[in-house]
Design a protein around this ligand. Sequence first.
Ligand code: A2P
Length: 276
Amino acid sequence: MVVVPDLMLNNGVTIPQLGFGVFQVPQAQTQRVVEDALGAGYRHIDTAAAYGNEAGVGAAIAASGIPREEIFVATKLRNGEHAIAAEAFEASRRALGVDVIDLYLIHWPVPSQGLFVDAWQAMEKIYAAGGVRAIGVSNFLPDHLDTLLAATTVVPAVNQVELHPTFQQGALCATFRAHGIAMEGYSPLGRGADLSSGTVTALAHKHGATPAQIVLGWHLGVGNIVIPKSTHLPRMRENLGAAQITLSADELEAMAALDSGTRMGADPAEAAFTQM
Ligand code: A2P
């Protein structure tokens, strides 16, 4: 079985650097998909209350027979529940069927709502009470972090943002890393679009790997936590195989040149999906 490296977060908790994401996996399919992922060897599952599939993740964990402490489970607070984070956390914990969640993230800052500091203070209490092993944020920009750090005590363990070869966010990553915050990438393959670049296909040929393995290997090489998703078992296995890819400094530099600063998803400065 492939050995996935662990990263140590700023509170000493370790997280498998390569995990499995279930964004857009329909609830009806989620148990089967996550059972496949666990069977393939993934030990880190990333979901969110807003994905509507936490119960499927929980059912798969229960059915797997894998000891609970061997699986790292991350979920996220809905945007519309910043003011009731304690209740929202309990609902996620019930849906997942676990006593302790490994990582709980604020899904989006939604600056127009002005509630993410309140949400964080509630999450600090959940953390202090032992309901969660680490707390973090998602889609945070440096000014959101400044607001949070000025008003609260616990430094986020993680910031999960859109990251892929054509959107590497070097300055943002450096700012958060300077605070000891690990960077985690969503849409790590650029929704598939970043797989056809000449640099990626040439490296794939050179390493006897697939383009997805090269892109994921690049994420691991630059220190990102990464959570590719696929509903297909062969691709789950392929993506996990990226843990065996080591790109040289020159190859990482060639990948760095693919950055075009082009975002595919929403801009966190404006995103206000309050229905989520
Ligand atoms: P599928 O679920 O049909 O396998 P991103 O994470 O950047 O948003 O990209 C996810 C998309 O990439 C999904 O639609 C997934 O499709 C596809 N995908 C996942 N793994 C691979 C892979 N190894 N090769 C090609 N496409 C992949």
